[in-house]
Design a binder for this molecule. Sequence first.
Ligand code: PMP
Ligand code: GLN
Length: 383
Amino acid sequence: LNRRLAEFGTTIFAEMSALAAATGSINLGQGFPDTDGPEEIREAAVRALRDGRGNQYPPGPGVPELRTAVAEHQLRFHGLSFDPDTEVLVTAGATEAIAAALLALVEPGDEVIALEPYYDSYAACIAMAGGRRVPVTLRPVDGVYRLDLDELRDAVTDRTRLILLNTPHNPTGAVLGREQLAAIAELAVERDLLIVSDEVYEHLVFDGEHLPIASLPGMRERVVTIGSAGKTFSFTGWKVGWITAAPALVSAVRSAKQYLTYVSAGPFQYAVAEALRLPTAYFDGLRDELRAKRDLLSTGLADAGFAVYRPAGTYFVTTDIRPLGESDGFAFCRSLPERCGVVAIPNAVFYDHREQGAPFVRFAFCKREEVLRDAVARLGALS
Ligand code: PMP
Ligand code: GLN
């Protein structure tokens, strides 16, 4: 393994899902739903397979049906208009979109600012691109994770190339508001920065609303927005994602993407095109269901003695284990399956400043209600 990747090892998600399987624990670690997405969309995938749509290499930028559906979706939900031919690119999940964007836009030695705690692939992809990551830490203030705009401004140097944003934010559940996004947009213009905005949880906002930074003035030429069918339609195994951006940025990201995977799974692209056209009631229903699950798990964790940072979005809740008399999230997560049959993720893995993340532990609530109730009962017996 080369020096760029040596520090990364096995992802925490693989490690913790393996631990859940080996111990028969309830897996609230890796974020994937335990109920598959809509039947009609699964049928659409089967139809595409049977009809021979997408069984051979689809077009590099993605099938036209999906690019059009992505553009229509951005217009319906966010009032943003994109040209499906020049401003949309289909990727193998958001993961490839992140990798391709960083490989295409970062020069070796460039600094990339990421909100810490950050999703684990950001650090590895910045490293693969030869960039230097500069974390700006979100900190809990009055029970809510906040971005300190002064810290963000101070983190920008003459070497800063881009800001890697994520809202709604994994793992904290924070949703950046209009004022904060406007300040970030202003900073990007002032310092001539690009923004890569990971918005895979755009439909999972329970309090407030999701605002794409691409919709703010001056951002059209600077922002690459990333989406994914995994979260919105509960098909994390399909690995269909996309970016929307100005033509020059899409063209740059496509240059990298074509040598990573060339194209991604054809029949699923047709099915996701149908999914993106589902009535608004589908998206509202998913959010309402998850809001109830957020409340169930957050209340259960608080009753079990955790300090809970109630997430405004995503399907994760971050907790502080210090009220339980514990301080090391890694040790806690490694012992939890044996102690009570539940798996969670230590947030420290999402930090450069590991000590800052040490007491925080993330639980996923994209699970059936009875599973969450069982988990809450088990965690309640911890003490
Ligand atoms: N970004 C964030 C913030 C995520 O949480 C995830 C999935 N957990 C991804 C990207 C990856 O998405 P995909 O499965 O579409 O590759
Ligand atoms: N994004 C999911 C999470 O944060 C897992 C993705 C993965 O396993 N790489 O839990």
